[in-house]
Ligand binder design. Structure first.
Ligand code: THU
Length: 160
């Protein structure tokens, strides 16, 4: 028997003001996208924004459905829109902002497992890392330099 240890790394910024300007601007797009969430069932709204290497910014927000599993998270709404609209562009950075309508979220909210899997698909496809910034409504902003830090030991096409 052998034990393996997997390390991961995140950076924490004290607030929006500490972010590099491009990440700050992208987070503003995510914050704006969050206002367009359709979340009448969970009252939890999420906005995501993706910066592409052609300069375009593609945004998304969570879209819920009375048939709950038919809804989609903000991150996948954004990443599938980016993939559909700009199939040849590389994704450089993604910003995510999330929070509940009923209480103020002050800690960074990471993307769910399914969204991590979707992000990993595009990172592998383009062979360059996608930087991910995520936050709650206010407070610290976390940064992951690659999806690999959020999804270690990932399932990918190499095993198919
Ligand atoms: N949600 C996202 O948009 N992104 C995530 O990574 C986690 C959850 C949405 C889905 C649902 O509309 C609401 O937040 C509550 O789960």
């Amino acid at each position: 028997m052998k034990e393996i240890k997997i390390e991961t790394k995140l950076r924490l910024f004290e607030g929006l003001g500490e972010l590099p300007i491009d990440a700050f601007n992208l987070m503003q797009s995510a914050i704006n996208a969050r206002t367009k969430a359709y979340a009448p069932y969970s009252n939890f709204s999420v906005g995501a924004a993706i910066l592409l290497d052609n300069g375009a910014v593609v945004t998304g927000s969570n879209q819920e459905n009375a048939s709950y599993p038919s809804g989609l998270c903000a991150e996948r709404t954004a990443i599938y829109a980016a993939g559909a609209q700009y199939p040849d562009a590389k994704m450089l950075k993604m910003a995510i902002c999330a929070g509940s309508k009923t209480n103020i979220t002050q800690t960074p909210i990471p993307p769910c497992g399914a969204c991590r899997q979707a992000i990993s698909e595009y990172e592998i496809k383009q062979s360059t890392p996608i930087e991910i910034y995520f936050m709650g409504e206010t407070g610290q902003v976390a940064q992951s330099l690659s999806i690999k830090n959020l999804l270690p030991f990932m399932f990918d096409k190499s095993v198919l």
